[in-house]
Design a protein around this ligand. Sequence first.
Ligand code: TXA
Ligand code: MG
Length: 322
Amino acid sequence: MRRLAAADPDAIAAAAAVLRSGGLVAFPTETVYGLGACADDPAAIARIYAAKGRPARNPLIVHTNTLNGALALAVMDHCARILADACWPGPLTLVLPRRAEAELAPAVTAGLGSVGVRIPDHPVALALLAAVGRPVAAPSANPSGRLSPTTAQHVVDGLGAVVDLVLDGGPCAVGVESTVVELTGPGPALLRRAGGLAVARLEALIGPLATLPGDDARPTSPGQTAHHYAPLLPLRLDATDVRPDEALLAFGPVVPADSRVVLNLSPSADLAEAARNLFAMLHALDASGASAIAAMPIPGAGLALAIRDRLARAALPKRGPG
Ligand code: TXA
Ligand code: MG
């Protein structure tokens, strides 16, 4: 595995060359780091699934840097265009009817008639996509079932040698994954709840969004299955005290006394700061030597919903990789 600072003058060209020759490149986006491969290269896409231990039924998001790039892959109706015009580049993934002629390895869409598309809002991601000149499929760059990476070091720790090149662009500014909206059914529906983009903003643009029931037996989007964002340690929600063997994930200015290991998502209770810190602090507490994590309540709407959603998933009993 090679690791290059994204600011290195040769980094983007080197990463583009790795992608074009069928390799895997981890790169920063504004949400989390992605594990990228050319979306039209079946062998490279197979390597993504193998590297993550990802079930074949879980489709990948395809990243492009232009609206025309998205239009080449998917049919975008009026509603899709409104969302794309207002929110791209940005932390929004649209699940759209796939064009039959789109050059996509079948495994990218897990054989579905739809495709998830996103234009990320990150200068390194956009430069890489422009240099490759092909759509890049990229799930979050973590082993399946584990926390998403928000730094290059998380990628190195989680996936290591199976990645050919890691582009280090520093910590991700948003810190939680994109909101996923499906536009293939009778009306727009939210597939991944309260991601990096506030649902209220989307509803102001296109009206009410249906929320499909999170049904583990028949997930419409695997991001809805409950156990997607797990730290290794058990996690206790809405903690207002801390037990002797616990590490504390704090929020706000008032932290329970006698906490031994404490990381504060935002001492000033700033939700954007808390979202940015969430996965990095869960990673760090996992490695702290404590036997469990206690997470303080995160009150409020908007990004607080996204944070509570990720914490609630993290608190569910562990199971094997999925
Ligand atoms: O912020 C993000 O979305 C990051 C960055 C790298 O772009 N990517 C990411 O990818 O989180 P991943 O694979 O971890 O999550 C993608 C979600 C999954 O829940 C997947 O099931 C859903 O999007 N998805 C992708 N294509 C889909 C499709 N055709 N139909 C339904 N769901 C789809
Ligand atoms: Mg993921």
